[in-house]
Design a protein around this ligand. Structure first.
Ligand code: MRU
Length: 361
């Protein structure tokens, strides 16, 4: 995707192989700035604090975190401790564990002297594969969008959170079909829900604006009205973990959109790559739901009239708050899953049809 007209990925290793750079997503949409991560600690902090976020990007960042740890020490204990530290940063997006398992399997059998180079190469492969998979999700999703298209123009898409370019290395998951449609000349408009409390919808609005895609921000609570009165042709969201039966964990509020979409007869699509599917997890009930700090609800961040970044406390520090970061949408509410391999029903059979040969290998 382009930022200020320049093709850009969300994460990039530096030429000296001693650090990576990321876009600091906590500074967006006000400031576009790059942050240097030079240690395992930096990488773990970036994931925990959501300087990098979005399931696929968390996985890639963790892989680079392992590479950074290997620069600091290439022994088994360092490798295993790095994987443990990174795995503990965020619990719901399975892409994180998927990437760490892959790094560990690749590096552990190697001689210590070969590990640093191999770690950088493996992390780069994971990043490249993510780009290609998201591109393919875009192609498969585009076919769905063409068929979901009513005669009305523009095509009205609703999304939730940020499952775009910023949440991956490039293209995005839920937004990849939208970008593909826009680039093909389809007249498309995106309804972007704010996604309290972290407001990832603001990131979606920012990246859609960078690409020139028409969009409108709504409060989360407006989604039901828009769906009910027939303003939306399709809802597309991403996922942080898809269980073997097709249940989908995604950003808190996704479930409400799925319910409203079903009640309004609007298709509800979920787009995600292989690294988001957890075949070891039988159903959504066993997906761990991240509980985040209460202050994410009590304190809002932004800019004041003078343009200075700042915080505003809207609730007293002792106000009781619960802040689950994800919810689970049952497979029965998902119209279709879109992956890099194609589209399938959100079900055990559907997923096995796409990935069966890998499961039996
Ligand atoms: O808490 P976040 O911002 O990391 O959550 C992100 C989401 O829930 C996205 O919808 C999901 O990761 C899909 S990413 C392409």
């Amino acid at each position: 995707m382009k930022v200020n007209g320049i093709p850009t990925r969300t994460i990039r290793p530096l030429a000296d192989a001693l650090a990576v750079e990321i876009i600091d997503q906590t500074a967006l949409p006000h400031d576009y700035r790059w942050l240097r991560l030079a240690s395992l600690r930096d990488a773990a902090h970036a994931i925990c604090s959501m300087q990098v976020r979005g399931a696929p990007l968390i996985g890639v960042s963790a892989a680079y975190g392992v590479a950074l740890a290997m620069v600091q020490g290439d022994d088994d204990a360092t490798l295993l401790a790095a994987c443990e530290t990174l795995a503990a940063t965020r619990p719901t997006a399975v892409n994180l564990r998927w990437a760490l398992t892959r790094m560990r399997k690749r590096l552990l059998p190697l001689a210590r002297s070969a590990r640093v180079d191999a770690a950088w190469q493996e992390a780069a492969s994971i990043a490249d594969e993510d780009v290609e998979q998201c591109r393919q999700i875009g192609c498969h999703g585009l076919r769905l969008l063409r068929s979901a298209t009513s005669t009305r123009r523009p095509l009205q898409i609703m999304t939730h959170c940020n499952a775009g370019w910023l949440a991956t290395v490039d293209h995005g998951t839920a937004l990849a079909p939208v970008y593909a449609a826009f680039d093909e000349g389809i007249d498309v408009h995106v309804w972007v829900s704010e996604t309290r409390p972290r407001n990832q919808g603001l990131l979606t609005a920012w990246e859609l604006a960078q690409h020139g895609v028409p969009h409108t921000l709504i409060a989360d609570n407006a989604a039901g009205l828009l769906l009910r009165r027939g303003d939306i042709d399709a809802v597309i969201v991403g996922a942080d973990r898809i269980a073997a039966n097709g249940d989908v964990a995604n950003k808190i509020g996704t479930y409400l959109k799925a319910l409203a979409a079903r009640a309004s007869g609007v298709p509800f699509y979920v787009a995600a790559p292989r690294s988001t599917i957890d075949f070891a997890c039988p159903s959504g009930e066993t997906i761990p739901i991240e509980e985040r700090a209460a202050d994410e609800l009590r304190v809002v961040h932004g800019r004041d009239r003078a343009g200075q970044r700042g915080q505003l406390r809207q609730l007293a520090a002792d106000e009781a708050v619960v802040n689950p970061a994800f919810d689970v949408t049952p497979a029965s509410l998902v119209s279709t899953l879109i992956s890099e391999r194609g589209c399938c029903p959100a079900s055990d059979q559907g997923l096995r049809r796409l990935y069966g040969e890998e499961l039996h290998a």
